[in-house]
Design a protein around this ligand. Structure first.
Ligand code: PLP
Length: 314
């Protein structure tokens, strides 16, 4: 089986200084839109939807959600209908992320924060399923048991591509990390970098997602100190450090997910966390479309970041 994404060695003066080798698992290159962990997490969900003859998918996300953006196109490609339950106001519906989602045929349903908070509640989901009996409900970020099967394939590919000691991945809902842990047979260390500030519940959430056979795995750790102020928060200096790193290694990272992993890598390295000759793999989870929302809100200057495909004409 050939790997879905490349494993690319990168060089940086810091790596030379600390005698460490670093490679990037280029899941960002899987597809221009359905990239990174989105592709992996959607794969078996969409196959399942087709197998049960579902009319489509219902899923959840914020106004700038990478998952909503990717899911909309993936459903269109698979001839499935898509309904996105979006946290926030309908006046966001023309932003970059949602304009594309609509363009690809996703029906958007805006809900207030209180309603959105019910997204994992059994009774709310039962009600939703009654309302849309022909649809498969996929949780926020796609993180369910089927997503883990897709994420596990990253480890299968890596095992064929290279030997390594530690795999780093950004963590939001925990599905990506749980999938990686589930497939690793305790032969590597898996470091999850939380991008959220109040992440006290995350270790339990990852454990709850893990299949029985992986619940005893001790090969992983969640690092909570690299959220940089909270979800989608970062200082101008940190944004600059991510851009500088990208310029040196020749790979773009964004500051909400993969960029925080980069800042964690640099910090851990400078504090001597990794011994000499350690072999690191960084999982590039994609998410570059999320830059558009930050350009739109004036948080980032588009001239300093990679350009994105123009938004669709409404
Ligand atoms: C680009 C990107 N990277 C990483 C993550 C984190 O993945 P997870 O929610 O599975 O922890 C997300 C989340 O949704 C994401 O969009």
């Amino acid at each position: 089986m050939s790997a879905l994404s490349a494993l690319q060695p990168i060089s940086h003066p810091m790596f030379t200084l600390h005698k460490i080798s670093v490679q990037v698992k280029r899941d960002d290159q899987i597809d221009e839109v359905i990239s990174g962990n989105k592709w992996r997490k959607l794969k078996y969900n969409l196959l399942h939807a087709k197998a049960i003859n579902a009319k489509g998918i219902i899923t959840f996300g914020g106004c700038f959600s990478n998952h909503i953006h990717a899911c909309a196109l993936a459903c269109k490609q698979q001839q499935l209908s898509a309904i996105g339950i979006i946290r926030g106001e309908a006046d966001n519906q023309d932003n970059y992320t949602l304009a594309w989602a609509k363009h690809w045929g996703m029906q958007l349903s805006f809900v207030d924060r209180k309603t959105y908070r019910l997204r994992n509640e059994k009774s709310y989901l039962q009600h939703l399923q009654q309302q849309y009996p022909d649809y498969l409900i996929v949780p926020e970020g796609g993180s369910n048991a089927l997503a883990l099967i897709g994420m596990a394939e990253v480890i299968d590919e890596l095992n064929q591509q290279s030997e390594f000691d530690t795999l780093l991945s950004p963590v939001g809902s925990g599905g990506t990390l749980a999938g990686l842990i589930s497939a690793d047979k305790n032969q590597h260390k898996i470091l999850g970098i939380s991008v959220l500030k109040q992440d006290g519940y995350l270790v339990k959430q990852v454990n709850d997602l893990l299949p029985e056979h992986a619940k005893a795995h001790t090969n992983w750790q969640l690092m909570s100190q690299y959220h940089g102020g909270g979800y989608a928060k970062f200082s101008a200096q940190d944004a600059q450090r991510i851009r500088s790193f990208s310029a040196v290694v020749g790979i773009d990272f964004e500051p909400v997910y993969s960029g925080k992993m980069i800042l964690a890598l640099l910090d851990l390295m400078s504090t001597g966390y990794f011994p000499a000759h350690h072999r690191i793999v960084l999982l590039h989870t994609g998410g570059l479309q999320g830059l558009a929302g930050m350009f739109e809100r004036g948080i980032l200057n588009p001239n300093e970041w990679p350009s994105l495909p123009a938004p669709p004409v409404q």
